[in-house]
Design a protein around this ligand. Structure first.
Ligand code: ADP
Length: 399
């Protein structure tokens, strides 16, 4: 049974074709620079055959058509007939309060996804356009939406209501939603499996540290708090996002620099974080390299990033009344041993005992604490596409 997973962004479409019974990726790739010139498709199939070519791709329809064409290509494709695709799973960024679970996409569901788009105007419209194109190119094929926010819908009110006039929640749905839910859910479940325990008996803190970064407190398998908020801007320091800051800084800077709302939004989302502090790069590798060459602002960016994660781990230990396991995932969490070591440095009093040799691991599942560590720490590469493919199969089979 073949399932196509699509992640349609503003100018890119990531795709993976799964044989879902065996949970194998038959082919995967990326369509880039849609509508902005020099568009390209990168593709690799399970036999290692690769294609990298530039194409004229002006919109999502062209992009998804190119994905279908390459999957059907007699040389490198993995399909003989488009009907071999059993269903399509889509990543959808914002499900608002409407979607606490992955859902079969009907016309009514599509309307609801459009309704919540005002909460994620930079993301949802592109996800919706991917869904609409698939309806057109693969008529009658079941499609499933998997929401980044869904896993966090289990948060209690006290974790998701902001301390501003309650009317704004009622009127505009201003509240914490949280993101990266598919990733947090996947790595929390894998941690329980690696521990040989039922997730219902565990308290887990999951740290998704990539260019976007968030951290979640998972109690008995459910998200009870998470660092991203109504938008992905809140919480940890990220590649270009500020994360938490005093909200009074916003009107202060707007007045001082004569900024409008779009400009301040841009500064906080695209010019802050590691890039803003270091003045060099949003990429944590570049920042740490510059820090090791003696660049003070780069060193500071690295320290502030790590310190923020450490503070959140401490606060979520209080939320959960202790923790059994901490998980690191995402590009930084999976690969950067020194960042993990720095975050957990000298936390023996809290019950962490890092195994520095094991912590050298990159990009593979591993426990990185010693046998005497009260709290276990794992590196677990995330796999959001697999969760989307699994959910798609389950939902279509039970429809
Ligand atoms: P996104 O949030 O865009 O999915 P990723 O999860 O790919 O981002 O994470 C990107 C970050 O991961 C970058 O800051 C990069 O420096 C870091 N990273 C990726 N690979 C490595 C690596 N091999 N070693 C250290 N850091 C890495």
């Amino acid at each position: 049974m073949k399932i196509l997973v699509l992640n349609s962004g503003s100018s890119s479409i990531k795709f993976q074709l799964f044989n879902i019974e065996e949970e194998k990726v038959l082919a995967k790739g990326l369509v880039e620079r849609i509508g902005i010139g020099d568009s390209a498709i990168e593709y690799e199939n399970i036999e290692g055959k690769e294609v990298n070519k530039t194409l004229d791709i002006s919109n999502h329809r062209d992009g998804i058509q190119d994905v279908m064409d390459i999957l059907l290509d007699p040389e490198v494709g993995m399909l003989e007939d488009i009907d071999e695709i059993y269903a399509v799973g889509h990543r959808v960024v914002h499900g608002g309060e409407q979607f606490a679970h992955s859902t079969l996409i009907t016309d009514e569901v599509l309307d609801k996804i459009e309704d919540v788009s005002s909460l994620a105007p930079l993301h949802n419209p592109h996800n919706i356009s991917g869904i609409k194109v698939c309806k057109e190119l693969l008529p009658g094929k079941p499609q499933v939406g998997v929401f980044d926010t869904a896993f966090h819908q289990s948060m209690p009110e006290k974790a998701y209501i902001y301390a501003i006039p309650y009317e704004y929640y009622k009127e505009y749905e201003v509240r914490r939603y949280g993101f990266h839910g598919t990733s947090h859910q996947y790595v929390a479940n894998r941690a329980a499996e690696l521990m040989g325990k039922d997730i219902k008996d565990l308290k887990i803190i999951t740290c998704h540290l990539g260019n976007g970064a968030s951290i979640t407190a998972v109690d008995k398998g459910k998200s009870v708090d998470t660092s991203m908020g109504m938008t992905p801007l809140e919480g940890l320091v990220m590649g270009t996002r500020s994360g938490d800051l005093d909200p009074a800084i916003i009107p202060f800077l707007m007045e001082k620099e004569d900024l409008d709302t779009e400009e301040i939004d841009n500064i906080l989302n695209k010019e802050s974080g590691l890039l803003g502090i270091s003045g060099l790069s949003n990429d944590s590798r570049d920042v740490r390299q510059a820090a090791s060459n003696g660049n003070h602002r780069a060193a500071l960016a690295d320290q502030i990033f790590n310190y923020r994660v450490r503070k959140y781990i401490g606060s979520y230990m209080a939320v959960l009344n202790g923790v059994d396991a901490v998980v690191f995932t995402g590009g930084i969490g999976e690969n950067a041993g020194p960042v993990r070591a720095n975050i957990l440095k000298d936390l023996n009093n809290l019950g962490f005992d890092l195994d520095h040799k094991a912590n050298k691991v990159r990009g593979e599942e591993k426990e990185i604490t010693t046998d005497k560590s009260k709290i276990k720490v794992f590196v677990i590469p995330t796999n959001e596409e697999l969760v989307i493919a699994r959910d798609t199969k389950r939902i279509v089979e039970n429809k």
